[in-house]
Design a protein around this ligand. Structure first.
Ligand code: NAD
Length: 415
């Protein structure tokens, strides 16, 4: 459950960045609200012959730098304000990594665990019938998010192409490889995050081969562990957690063994020889790098004082509360904020759009190289803003993102 109204938090962040940038009143107001919102009801035929009505949204936050871009979530607790907030953060995220895109997000209020495969397909296609006119490679490009995946994108792309009567793979990203997906998408978020950690270690003189811990050993967390060796040349993974528990080994775990164990048993908790610790303790370990890769608000004013990591790399969306940001900054903990640390996913999604547009696909090495360049440059832009404005890294990232979007709005003559 979210303890904040996420959209109010997002608006406050825009206001803070705007103040540091001395933006005029009209620009601030423009950037504080979505440019367009769609709300619809979707009648869907269920397996038992009944018809169920689902409520759905698509929010296009800002188009100044390019078409809207952001995921579609299927979640029972979806609210329009959560989607507005996520669409706002996508806008600053795409701007921080300097992609020619705006921000967007969509959601369907549903419990996907209670739907059959066929009902999920019907729902995905119904959603596209409702929004088809307003999305497209030059308008708004959705992608998977919570409880949606490449299969969902394949159904949605098929429905969209049926409606527009032409091949149009660039309308969705994170599609299966066989139908216009890209190499390098699966580990892109973690790869981007670990790349920013590499850059932070250089600036802060932190040992890149030091101890690290991962809260949330799912997609992003597992990939981060596997990429440490490749990107940082090593490191000792001393603790990991998932929803069922947390484990610790001061001598370090082998990331590959842990991933195999998690995939075969469904949890890290039963890993042989590991010491059990609590969900709270993993966040408070004496490590060089902590990766929150699970849920929102993991680090709050309740535990921020106890965080001992030198670097916190936010692979998860919103793992640190605004109060905790200030505490961590005061303590000298270097937070790599989510809109930078987890931007690798949308960066490779953009590469997918580019490849789809000319139907020529890059090999994995080229995707990795270009991702590395984008994230390295973005990290240093944020670092520079942090030093210039003397603010914590999240505000610095917002300053970079908001400044770029505001400039585009001004150039277009909107404000
Ligand atoms: P996932 O569902 O694969 O993994 C989440 C993991 O967190 C699971 O292993 C789950 O057991 C664990 N978890 C849940 N509650 C926990 C708790 N209280 N303590 C510890 N672990 C807990 O999801 P993911 O794709 O890895 O995404 C993780 C985070 O990263 C989310 O916030 C997501 O929005 C963000 N993110 C992911 C991507 C991506 O490309 N996968 C991109 C951007 C942001």
């Amino acid at each position: 459950m979210e303890s904040y109204n996420s959209f109010h938090v997002a608006q406050k962040q825009v206001a803070e960045a705007a103040k540091l940038l001395n933006l005029d009143r009209a620009t601030v107001e423009l950037l504080s609200y979505p440019q367009r919102e769609f709300s619809c009801t979707l009648p869907v035929k269920m397996d038992d012959g009944s018809v169920k009505i689902f409520h759905a949204y698509r929010i296009q936050y800002n188009f100044a730098r390019g078409p809207a871009k952001g995921g579609i979530r299927f979640h029972p607790d979806e609210t329009v304000d959560i989607i507005r907030a996520l669409a706002s953060w996508m806008t600053w995220k795409t701007a921080v990594v300097d992609l020619p895109l705006g921000g967007g997000k969509g959601g369907v209020v549903c419990d996907p665990k209670k739907l059959s495969e066929r009902e999920l397909e019907n729902l995905s296609r119904a959603y596209i019938r409702a929004v088809a006119e307003y999305i497209g490679p030059e308008k708004d490009i959705p992608a998977p998010d919570v409880y949606t995946n490449p299969q969902t994108m394949a159904w949605m792309m098929d429905e969209y192409e049926t409606i527009v009567h032409r091949h149009q793979p660039g309308v969705f990203t994170d599609k299966p490889l066989q139908i216009g997906g890209t190499e390098g998408r699966r580990d892109a978020t973690a790869r981007g995050g670990v790349t920013t950690v590499r850059e932070a270690c250089k600036i802060l003189d932190v040992n890149p081969h030091g101890r690290y811990a991962i809260q949330g050993f799912g997609n992003a967390g597992q990939r981060a562990a596997l990429l440490h060796e490749e990107i940082l040349g090593g490191g000792k993974l001393v603790a990991v957690s998932d929803s069922r528990g947390a484990i610790y080994n001061p001598d370090g775990f082998n990331p590959k063994d842990l991933v195999t164990h998690k995939l075969t048993t469904g949890t890290v908790r039963s890993f042989p020889g590991a010491q059990q610790i609590s969900h709270e303790e993993i966040l408070e370990l004496d490590v060089d790098v902590l990766y929150p890769a699970a849920l929102e608000n993991a680090i709050s004013e309740l535990n921020a004082e106890k965080i001992k990591a030198k670097i916190v790399c936010e692979l998860a969306n919103g793992p640190t509360t605004p109060e905790a940001d200030l505490i961590l900054f005061r303590k000298g903990v270097h937070v790599i904020p989510d809109i930078l640390a987890s931007a690798g996913g949308v960066t490779v999604s953009y590469f997918e759009m580019v490849q789809d547009s000319y139907s020529y696909f890059w090999d994995e090495d080229l995707v990795h190289k270009r991702l590395d360049q984008k994230l390295t440059k973005a990290y240093h832009s944020v670092q520079q803003a942090m030093v210039q404005k003397r603010v914590h890294p999240r505000l610095a990232a917002m300053v970079v993102g908001v400044a770029r979007v505001a400039e585009a709005c001004k150039l277009r003559g909107w404000v």
